[in-house]
Design a protein around this ligand. Structure first.
Ligand SMILES: Nc1nc2c(c(=O)[nH]1)N[C@H]1C(S)=C(S)[C@@H](COP(=O)(O)OP(=O)(O)OC[C@H]3O[C@@H](n4cnc5c(=O)[nH]c(N)nc54)[C@H](O)[C@@H]3O)O[C@H]1N2
Ligand SMILES: Nc1nc2c(c(=O)[nH]1)N[C@H]1C(S)=C(S)[C@@H](COP(=O)(O)OP(=O)(O)OC[C@H]3O[C@@H](n4cnc5c(=O)[nH]c(N)nc54)[C@H](O)[C@@H]3O)O[C@H]1N2
Ligand SMILES: [Mo]
Length: 763
């Protein structure tokens, strides 16, 4: 049965002999509440968890570690979502991976377990050092740990022989101290998860509108006439966005979605709070037009829409004349792109694109949202620049209800960048940092994620320190990355939970357990708060109230301060004093970053404060001093005989590499993760049936093949030639040499793959 939906009946699925027969469930609703409850119970976090939930995203509570979607100003609106609950349940779990646990398990034993099992072992409770003789992690005191790490760092041939990774949960305060420590140490080797995430957005928008962040605020969702959503699955990854979409649609705003999969949350949604909706089964439609673009087909689709808009002369002439440059080049670029090319690469017909263009042209204010479906492609930067081109044609930047909205992932990934976590710092920032802390920061740009892996594998980087995250599992080329980590002299992971990265130890290897965001951080008896910045540049305070999972945990700022104090005895920075009082860190942040003037006072405001955005004010910080139309030729993916394009995506029960459970409710998957979504006719053409088990091999541009074993084929409504599977299981297939132009982000959404039958013996 074809899915019944309010979406346009247009889709690019030709008639097929065997169609996937299931309808995606409605997103949200009772099932979401039931699932939340199950996760709290499973983690034995019910009491603590529920108490914690009441403080989630409330003015005096803590920021949800789930995602970077902003909180509404109207704080009476209780904002919680199923996946936020899972994130809290995971952090407030009653289970502990303590010294006893590590005494019982060798590294070989832990390595044989899957990521779900590792996650289930609970919170890390004390500092650990790997002992090669027993092949186990053993307790070490904090002082010994800091002294050991400092000695190793000081023994390196040069500061650039160390790399300091950051994942995006780290608070502004911890991130600011961390980058200061790293720069006082003498390197800009600050790779971060952004390199694998929205780096392409930052690079693209800096060139087109002069600022690498989104230009809208939450209120713009109340004023827009159309929202274009490209390559994003908010039902799973930004569930709180669904209530904004629902409200927008209800007041007549059109929602146009580009996604190879018909994602449940983009079709129908019932707010978990909407009890009557849940009981009567009514669900709100979300997308008014759903275009199942081929993987990697968005640049072609956007070019098609821009062509139509220009042909119909539906342009904001004044805006283009006064505010932009490069319009002639854009027209020339579009003239060179033919309709047959657009149809072949996007998989969408001209009619479908006309419908989307029609919505765009009749809307006074348009917002464009996107996430990993655009950023993790070879032509990611060019594609995002075409999103920007489209909005510029209609003057949709710096107008109420309109603008660019890259929807960030980790809850403070944007703030970490603002605080200076970047391998390519700007000169102005370095000058101010150097002045404030009386030192000369290094100027040479450092290594990003991909280049860090290469440098570790080549023996140039010998020390790897990670502030959160799961480097071994999140990065491309799993086998290479694990080998690169093991080759290091020193690996240090500041973590809350056991993960795969801990199982690839360097010669000297430590795990430093830290407080999570929901936990009370007492320094000298005074409860500390931290701050975070959401996707829309709102900065606000977050204060954990739960008792820490272990008395031995230290806060991230304290860990950084101790590392710095031990490593840099001549530093003039009062490390411990800063770590003991976060208001002092914020004063120093304000000294370096003018937008944070009066920081401590501004965060007393319950909704926090807005950092501002120059593009929103139509001040263009580009070399041209204008908003710039950017052009790019289409480079269709080259798939060889029998190859399919694989995208690696998130299930509903995971947070990046953290696996909360084995279901993917909105895609009807139960109790398994090694699934490959494929269309029946593509499977048939290769001689496979639904349920067949296959091995997958990938090919990179150098022709190197990589393998991931044992996936079950699942018939799915997905465009021809396209398949999907979950990350991180498929990161084995992502080549380190396959990266986005300009942003160096691993291409994890279009991997050329072949499928091979598994013999019954190997199954
Ligand atoms: N619960 C939960 N929340 C999360 C996360 C999580 O793992 N779990 N992760 C967080 C992080 S760090 C991030 S970055 C975000 C990620 O949020 P998303 O970007 O939504 O995450 P993905 O699962 O990678 O989904 C990509 C979506 O893009 C589509 N897509 C893939 N390729 C293409 C393409 O070529 N074109 C188009 N138009 N669409 C395509 C896929 O079908 C999928 O719907 O979520 C954040 N929030
Ligand atoms: N194939 C493929 N690969 C991808 C992606 C993809 O779509 N496909 N997406 C990419 C994206 S968008 C991202 S953002 C990266 C994510 O990469 P990472 O950010 O490196 O990975 P996470 O899985 O989010 O990190 C989870 C770990 O963080 C630690 N942790 C959790 N909370 C805290 C805390 O409060 N403090 C500290 N110190 N540690 C904590 C826990 O130990 C946990 O095991 O993965 C990227 N990799
Ligand atoms: Mo991300």
């Amino acid at each position: 049965m074809r899915m019944q939906s309010v979406c346009s009946p247009t889709t690019n699925m030709p008639a097929q002999p065997e169609k996937p027969s299931r309808t995606p469930p409605v997103a949200g609703g009772f099932a979401a509440l039931a699932s939340s409850a199950r996760h709290l119970i499973k983690e034995k976090a019910v009491v603590k968890g529920n108490a914690a939930l009441l403080r989630l995203n409330q003015p005096d509570g803590f920021d949800c570690p789930g995602c970077a979607w902003p909180e509404p100003f109207d704080t009476s609106r209780f904002e919680y979502c199923e996946n936020g609950v899972k994130a809290i349940a995971a952090e407030t779990t009653g289970k502990k991976a303590d010294a006893d646990f590590f005494a019982r398990h060798t590294l070989a034993d832990l390595s044989a377990r899957d990521d779900y099992w590792l996650e289930q072992q609970g919170r890390l409770t004390e500092p650990l050092r790997f002992d090669a003789e027993t092949n186990k992690y053993m307790p070490i005191t904090w002082n010994e740990a800091f002294a050991l790490i400092a000695a190793e760092l000081r023994a390196l041939p040069c500061p650039d022989a160390a790399a300091f990774y950051t994942s995006g949960r780290t608070s502004n305060e911890a991130a600011f101290l961390y980058q200061l420590f790293v720069r006082e140490f003498g390197t800009n080797n600050l790779p971060d998860c952004s390199n694998m995430c929205h780096e392409s957005s930052g690079v693209a928008l800096t060139e087109t509108v002069g600022v690498g962040k989104g230009t809208i605020t939450l209120e713009d969702f109340e004023k827009c006439d159309a929202i274009f959503i490209l390559g994003q699955n908010p039902g799973t990854n930004h569930p709180r966005m669904l209530s904004e979409l629902e409200k927008a649609r209800k007041r007549g705003c059109e929602i146009v979605t580009f996604n190879p999969l018909r994602e449940a949350g983009l079709i129908h949604f019932t707010h978990p709070k909407n009890v009557s909706g849940m009981l009567t089964g009514t669900a709100s439609p979300i997308s008014s037009l759903y275009l199942q673009v081929k993987i990697g087909g968005d640049l072609a689709a956007l070019k098609g829409i821009c062509k139509i808009v220009i042909e119909k002369n539906a342009l904001d002439h004044d805006f283009i004349r006064n505010e932009t440059s490069g319009f002639e080049d854009l027209c020339a670029d579009l003239e060179k792109t033919t309709w047959p090319e657009i149809a072949a690469v996007s998989g969408l017909s001209r009619d479908e694109l006309e419908t989307a263009a029609g919505i765009f042209m009749r809307s006074k204010s348009v917002i464009a949202c996107w996430a990993m479906g655009l950023t993790q492609h070879k032509q990611a930067v060019a594609t995002i620049q075409y999103v920007s081109n489209l909005l510029l044609l209609g003057g949709h930047i710096g107008r109420p209800g309109a603008g660019l909205c890259p929807v960030r992932g980790h809850s403070n990934v944007q703030g970490d960048r603002t605080m200076g976590i970047t391998e390519k710092p700007g000169e102005e920032f370095l000058t101010r940092l150097g002045r404030a802390f009386a030192f000369e920061p290094p100027r040479a740009h450092g290594l990003d994620v991909v280049d860090t892996i290469r440098a570790m594998a080549a023996g140039k980087v010998k020390a790897f320190i990670a502030m959160g995250g799961n480097f071994a599992a999140a990065t491309p080329d799993t086998l290479l990355t694990e080998r690169a980590l093991r080759q290091c002299r020193l690996t240090v992971h500041i973590s809350t939970k056991l993960n795969r990265s801990h199982l690839a130890p360097g010669e000297v290897s430590l795990i430093l357990p830290c407080l999570g965001r929901s936990e009370r951080d007492l320094q000298n008896g005074i409860a500390q708060s931290v701050t975070v910045e959401d996707s829309m540049s709102m900065v606000h305070a977050s204060r954990g109230r739960n008792a820490p999972a272990s008395a031995m945990l230290l806060s991230e700022p304290r860990i950084v301060a101790e590392l710095a104090r031990h490593t840099l005895p001549d530093s003039k920075t009062p490390w411990l004093e800063l770590a003991a009082d976060h208001t002092k860190i914020r004063d120093r942040i304000a000294e370096v970053l003018p937008a944070f003037a009066d920081f401590n006072r501004k965060i007393l405001n319950p909704g926090g404060f807005y950092l501002g955005n120059t593009a929103r004010e139509r001040r263009w910080l580009t070399p041209e001093k204008k908003a710039v139309f950017k052009t790019a030729p289409l480079q269709p993916p080259r798939l060889e005989n029998g190859e399919l394009a694989l995208m690696t995506i998130r299930s509903h029960d995971q947070y990046n590499t953290t696996i909360y459970g084995l279901n993917d409710r909105y895609r009807n998957i139960k109790n398994e993760r090694r699934v490959l979504f494929i269309r029946p006719d593509d499977a048939g053409a290769l001689g496979f049936k639904n349920g067949a088990r296959v091995d997958i091999t990938s090919r990179d541009e150098q022709g190197v093949r990589r393998e991931a074993k044992d996936f079950r084929l699942e018939y799915y409504d997905i465009p021809q030639g396209c398949v999907a599977a979950y990350f991180p299981e498929t990161n084995l297939l992502v080549s380190i040499d396959s990266v986005a132009e300009k942003s160096n982000t691993p291409v994890s959404k279009l991997i050329p793959v072949l499928l091979h039958a598994r013999s019954s013996k190997t199954v």
